[in-house]
Design a protein around this ligand. Structure first.
Ligand code: NAD
Ligand code: MG
Length: 302
């Protein structure tokens, strides 16, 4: 839908109408889902994000960078002057290749690392390979996540609980620990949490718990790494239209109403998240640590 809408993020405009209200048809994709098969399509800023040199020469590893918010962050980082290593699942190769193309069209380098971050060994390998390809590492965005809605508490499988924690929070610990030993002072870590950290939905108990953990981990790790000159922050998105939502992230009947209950009255588009990650990764936020920046269309948060 928004392929025809190319207003950049710095243009003065009404946030209510910047993107049209969407009523996604009921649809289903096997986890993890592809942006390429999403209806309507998302806006990841490929036609609109305008860089202003805020990440010049930086070397970034972004997880879940093939689609949705991570893809929008990868495109924005490249336009701001960074080279990017993209982590994603092997089934998402088509989405990842597309984002690689956008990054290269922006004049930056992109490196692809398919693999499963719920595997502890892969977390280490991913960081080592990214460091080698990029020639170092000074920005990490822990954005990958899985979200599977289960209506009844009694039916939440133990295997799902374990796998959601392995992907959403254990991997953040492992990837961050492996990354920090390579990071010079001035480096940054930004974690993707969620409004679910404060307002858990009954059908997302495992997911929401991991997001609360990510907020807490962010505040603790920020204190731990501050003396080294490494800043850690988080971004908490509200309802954003991405493949996460159609690969069992929401009950099917909820899709047409997705995001409409926010004060802005519409779902967010992935590109609307990118400036928050850019800000928290850029040297301009030098005194911002342990912060969670909410980007949620106006939902009140603590
Ligand atoms: P998305 O599906 O586009 O991105 C999630 C990515 O996580 C996938 O592309 C996949 O590459 C990666 N991933 C999942 N399991 C993995 C695994 N085992 N190994 C490696 N990679 C794996 O959806 P998104 O909405 O852009 O999600 C990005 C982040 O934003 C997630 O952490 C999500 O929890 C968070 N978030 C999204 C919303 C929303 O409404 N879309 C709201 C709040 C928070
Ligand atoms: Mg994906």
């Amino acid at each position: 839908m928004t392929d025809t809408q190319h207003t950049d993020q710095l243009t003065f405009q009404n946030p209510v109408t910047r993107f049209p209200e969407i009523s996604p048809p009921q649809q289903d994709q096997p986890e993890p889902g592809l942006d390429q098969q999403l209806a309507p399509q998302t806006d990841r800023g490929q036609h609109s994000y305008r860089g202003t040199g805020r990440l010049e020469g930086r070397r970034a590893l972004i997880t879940g960078a093939d689609s949705g918010i991570g893809a929008a962050v990868a495109i924005a980082f490249a336009r701001e002057g960074a080279d990017v290593a993209l982590s994603y699942l092997p089934a998402e190769e088509a989405d990842a290749q597309e984002i690689k193309g956008f990054i290269e069209d922006s004049g930056r380098r992109a490196f692809l690392f398919p693999g499963d971050i719920s595997d502890p060994a892969f977390c280490t390998t991913l960081v080592e390979q990214a460091v080698e390809a990029l020639g170092g590492l000074d920005a990490l965005v822990n954005n990958a996540g899985r979200q599977i809605a289960v209506e009844e508490f009694a039916e939440l499988p133990d295997e799902q609980w374990t796998q959601t924690f392995a992907t959403n929070i254990h991997a953040i610990f492992r990837i961050s620990q492996a990354a920090v030993e390579h990071m010079p002072p001035g480096s940054t870590i930004v974690n993707s949490t969620s409004v679910q950290a404060y307002e858990p939905s009954a059908h997302l108990l495992d997911y929401a718990s991991t997001k609360a953990a990510i907020n807490n981990f962010t505040k603790g790790l920020a204190q731990s790494l501050a003396p080294q000159g490494i800043r850690v922050n988080a971004v908490a998105p509200g309802p954003i239209w991405t493949p996460l939502q159609v690969s069992d992230g929401q009950p099917k009947e909820a899709l047409p109403e997705f995001g409409k209950s926010t004060p802005l009255g519409r779902a967010g588009q992935p590109t609307e998240l990118a400036p928050a990650y850019v800000f928290l990764s850029s040297p301009e936020s030098s005194y911002v640590l342990g912060e969670t920046l909410n980007v949620n269309g106006g939902m009140p948060t603590p």
